[in-house]
Design a protein around this ligand. Structure first.
Ligand SMILES: [Zn+2]
Length: 236
């Protein structure tokens, strides 16, 4: 059922992401690396989603390929990189993007913070990937039973304050907690993902401009710890 669900959502994602072809042609002329690396540099958002869905389907089924993790790939990437997607994920040890999307070296530009929240450092990292590496797809991925989401929900419910710098995570997630009062943690997690997606899409000056120019797409996703399945959330 999860695979069918993935296919359905993938179809929706393709619809959402349609019309973005040809947005990376400016980077192709400067490439000197292997054909595989050059191919990665021409990926459009819909193709990036397809690769992620296919890799996650392999992960769910247990038939992973562990692609592009050999010495040849390492050599290809020694002086350059052309990842096809940014994954903004949680720091949770169970949610490593290369593993659950069955991708290889140089495929994903991964930024991780507990609760997959953003601050100036993470936004700067993402801007670097988009502006300098021409990555056309940003995926904000929350997950089931996220400790940061739980901490935020508990802290808000207790009208208290989290310990140390954990409070900064609570502050970032608070609006999602308040918007999903009376609902479960999954609803809070998905609300937080939507908040972060919107924050990135409207982040001045760089990301907003690139989104408006269709040079990058920002989409949300949710990872199910039990099944291993990632579902992509419908974007606008
Ligand atoms: Zn988490």
């Amino acid at each position: 059922m999860k695979v069918k669900q993935l296919s359905l959502i993938f179809g929706l994602a393709l619809g959402v992401l349609a019309g973005c072809a040809g947005t990376r042609t400016e980077s192709i002329a400067t490439l000197t690396a292997s054909p595989q690396v050059q191919e990665a540099a021409t990926v459009i958002p819909a193709e990036g989603i397809r690769r992620l869905v296919e890799g996650n389907t392999r992960f769910v089924s247990g038939y992973t390929l562990h692609p592009r993790q050999n010495p040849s790939r390492r050599t290809d990437l020694a002086t350059s990189q052309y990842p096809f997607a940014v994954i903004l994920g949680c720091a949770d040890s169970r949610t490593g993007p290369e593993i659950l999307f069955d991708q290889g070296l140089g495929d994903l530009f991964v930024v991780r913070e507990a609760g997959n929240v953003v601050d100036n450092h993470t936004i700067g990292s993402i801007e670097y990937a988009v502006e300098h590496l021409h990555v056309p797809l940003i995926v904000v991925m929350g997950h089931e039973r996220c400790g940061a989401i739980a901490a935020a929900r508990d802290t808000v419910a207790a009208k208290g304050q989290a310990e140390g710098h954990i409070e900064s995570l609570v502050a970032a997630i608070r609006s999602a907690v308040e918007a999903t009062a009376g609902q479960d943690a999954e609803a809070t997690c998905k609300a937080n993902v939507r908040n972060v997606v919107l924050a990135l899409r409207t982040c001045e000056p760089l990301l907003r401009r690139m989104v408006d120019e269709d040079r990058v797409k920002v989409v949300g996703a949710y990872y199910d710890l039990d099944t291993g399945a990632v579902t992509f959330m419908e974007g606008k």
